[in-house]
Design a protein around this ligand. Sequence first.
Ligand SMILES: Cc1ncc(COP(=O)(O)OP(=O)(O)O)c(N)n1
Ligand SMILES: Cc1ncsc1CCOP(=O)(O)O
Ligand SMILES: [Mg+2]
Length: 497
Amino acid sequence: MTAVIWSIAGSDNSGGAGIQADLQTISQLGALAPLHLCTLVTAVTAQGPAGLIACQSVDVRLLQQQAQSLLPEHAPAVIKTGLLCNPQQLDWVIGLVQQLKQQNPQLLVVCDPVKQCSSGGELSELQPQHWQRFWPYVDVLTPNLPELQYLSSQTNPATAADWLLQQGVKAVLIKGGHSDSALAQDQLRINPAFRYRGFPAYPQQVTLASPKLAGNRHGTGCVLSAALAGALAQGFALEDAFVLAKVYIQQGIQQAVQLGNYCHNGHRAVDASSTLPQLHCAVPAQPLSFPPLSAPLGLYLVLPDYATLALAVAAGAKTVQLRLKQQTDVELRRQISAAITLCRQHQVQLFINDHWQLAIELGAYGVHLGQEDVDQANLQAIAHAGLRLGLSCHGLYKLLRAEQLQPSYLAIGAVFATQTKDMSGKLQGLDKLPLYRQLFRQRPLVAIGGITPQNAAAVLSTGIRHLALVSAFVQAEYKPAFVRQLQQLIEEFPHAD
Ligand SMILES: Cc1ncc(COP(=O)(O)OP(=O)(O)O)c(N)n1
Ligand SMILES: Cc1ncsc1CCOP(=O)(O)O
Ligand SMILES: [Mg+2]
């Protein structure tokens, strides 16, 4: 289904910022999942390298007509506000958002509190006190550093953002482009009350950095906010939308359009040639090194006990995981040890889920950990022992976090609904898989969650080459045929690249 976004913002006749930036950004992001941008123009500006020449605000009656003409068929999933010129326009936006949020509590509001034009010149008459009433309706506020300081009267960006969170804003994305740092560092700070489609964000603070490039840049703030709004409308969780928006702006800056002294962002769809930003805090102090896989994962059977694992090996499985959940210490040791011996005999790649100490002690081939488990595990010890490492991921942010640990493989899920594990709020669907595959193309990527022989081809057609599953195997009546059929499908699937 096509998600509709409303951009309530000013026209930038030079084409780099405002409504024009939003249109270009949303049109490129639409390559991932269908988006449609409706524009409600708040002002017509005349601006260029020489600065702001004129800014004429639009009357609120005309704003109202623009909104009315769109309802109900073009009701928004996300509203992005850019330049709001005066208290009348802001009050009108507050009324509109109140009404639309009542009709659709899932509606998200991304507010880019545009104040000045990047070449100089005040665009908005709004004072900090005018904004106060709007804050409780704003889901994500995306100020640059001067705007943040102006709106909060605080000089420290983190304190300023936290003050805005206390005023009712649900999340603040601090755009760090105006800092003196050698890196373009943006930080998302999220109020614990933030919910998207009923689920909280994780974690509550994310900092992403990319190399800063010189130049008199124009419109980068609008593009980052628009990309965030677009990704949210496509159903990405907030932290994932932030990663995607950062990838988009980073490549737009790298491929900027230089016109005289003016530098506009380039616009290009995110694809396999896009580079990933760096996630602060996830880079280990000393680089870790995990061995690569000896063979492609292919069909990867995740098994609840040794007895089922033995059936999988007898059926011809070449990659398995022992996922023991409720066994006693004695049982854990017995089953892990038996699985290691059996898999060595049959040259099967065996991953031990969760129990990394026993996996090291007993000499397993590899360990599989969830991202919550990573915080408790000693990754150095796993790496030093020469064990492979697989990491679970539920979206772009977690893929990025896991990728920075350079594991032997990444697992993405749950693709479909599953009875095996509570994955509520973490369902990925099929649509996002091609993007994940493209952005993390250097790492083996296995999909998991609700995969069966019936839907396996649909997962493979997203570009994913490895499939992990639990219940479809456990329930299969004739296991060797089940394994052969899926192994053959995976090996012979015609991938485009
Ligand atoms: C291949 C693969 N992918 C994901 C998981 C899930 O691991 P985790 O998030 O640690 O959850 P539990 O399996 O421990 O419940 C997995 N085990 N294997
Ligand atoms: C362990 C796990 N991690 C993400 S989904 C999942 C369960 C997959 O099980 P099934 O193949 O039965 O849906
Ligand atoms: Mg686990």
